[in-house]
Design a binder for this molecule. Structure first.
Ligand SMILES: NCc1[nH]cc(CCC(=O)O)c1CC(=O)O
Length: 343
């Protein structure tokens, strides 16, 4: 698929000189453009290069068919990867939680920037929260994990399976007097706090759900910069190093290894949350029964020998393999269709 004509984003003082241009591939949704612009600006200034955004419209963006009929959330990633492999851009920016856990031959993750808020956010009418939504209230989400969590917390709510971009979802929230068609009207939607923040829509949040009670998708709130697996230009290498955040990379690595170890797809009802604090890489993961009536959680910690990338990667593998073994040992594979929408 050919990218639309790219827009040039000048990288500051060098704009009038002949400089290296780094072409940054991105999905063309408002969220993807916002987050890519933010990271591309930092990449450009660290690389002392000009950055050019290459928006790529994927079939997943234009089709209103269900994601599973299109082949899962991996449809977004694969169109971007095709453009990268075809040399139409030098680096692509993904939302990490939408990126399949299997490595793509010839490509590698070049950087994981500092992660934004990993929490889910309830955006409800009239300041309502999970506890105060009235019985039968209609809550929109398309995520099997969020559905299971909602059913567990409030079996009396009506869950509405929705798709679409963040603004479209928010526009459906309102009271009966809000002028929204009854069949579309929702009392609340559940969204990632990070996406709302990047779009400047945090004002719509009525409750931030703490990760301890309400863990989120592996990689939520984090981005990944993917490049071809050969030595990048000096400028690109410099830019990648500058935007990479080792603690975030280790945490999302551990979370994604849980998904991979369970052989689960990114739409499976699985939550994982890892943090690297001063000494410890702590990982907790939960597999839900889709109807919310049961869950299995496992938590482990590892102590990396140092903060070097190699030791952090080892700690991530170690902690994830213990969490996966415990989840499977406790019957996680019987609780939920883990392979659902595996990419
Ligand atoms: N699958 C959709 C998706 N992919 C990344 C984000 C938002 C932010 C993020 O987690 O980086 C969202 C929207 C949402 O879940 O509300």
């Amino acid at each position: 698929m050919l990218p639309e004509r790219a827009s040039r984003v000048p990288a500051g003082p060098l704009r009038n000189r002949a400089v290296t241009v780094i072409r940054v591939g991105t999905r063309a949704s408002a969220l993807a453009l916002a987050q890519t612009q933010q990271v591309a600006a930092r990449l450009g200034s660290a690389a002392q290069a000009e950055v050019e955004l290459v928006p790529i419209t994927t079939h997943g963006d234009t089709s209103s068919d269900s994601l599973s009929s299109l082949g899962g959330t991996g449809v977004f990633a694969s169109a971007l990867r095709d453009a990268l492999l075809a040399g139409e851009c030098d680096v692509i920016v993904h939302s990490l939680k939408d990126l399949p856990t299997v490595a793509h031959p010839g490509l590698r993750i070049g950087a994981v920037p500092k992660r934004a808020d990993a929490r889910d956010a309830l955006c409800a009418r009239d300041g309502l929260t999970i506890d105060t939504l009235p019985s039968g209230a209609r809550v929109g989400t398309g995520s099997p994990r969020r559905m299971a969590q909602l059913r567990a917390a409030r079996p009396d709510l009506t869950i509405v399976d929705i798709r679409g971009n963040i603004d479209t979802r928010l526009a459906r929230v309102g009271g009966t007097d809000a002028g929204i068609d009854d069949d579309r009207r929702l009392d609340a939607v559940l969204l990632a706090a990070a996406g709302l923040g990047r779009l400047g829509r945090s004002d719509a949040i009525t409750q931030l759900l703490e990760l301890g009670d309400w863990p989120t998708a592996p990689g939520q709130g984090a981005l990944a910069l993917e490049v071809v697996d050969i030595r990048p230009s000096r400028e690109l290498e410099q830019g990648l190093q500058a935007v990479d955040h080792a603690a975030s990379a280790a945490a999302v690595d551990a979370e994604r290894l849980v998904l991979a170890g369970l052989e689960a797809g990114c739409a499976a009802p699985v939550a994982a949350s890892a943090v690297l604090d001063s000494e410890l890489l702590f990982l907790t993961a939960t597999v839900y029964a889709p109807d919310g009536t049961a869950r299995i959680t496992a938590s482990h910690a590892a102590t990396p020998d140092s903060r070097g990338a190699k030791h952090l990667a080892e700690a991530a593998r170690d902690v994830a393999s213990r969490v996966v073994a415990e989840l499977l040992g406790n019957g996680a594979a019987d609780l939920a269709p883990l392979r659902s929408m595996k990419d």
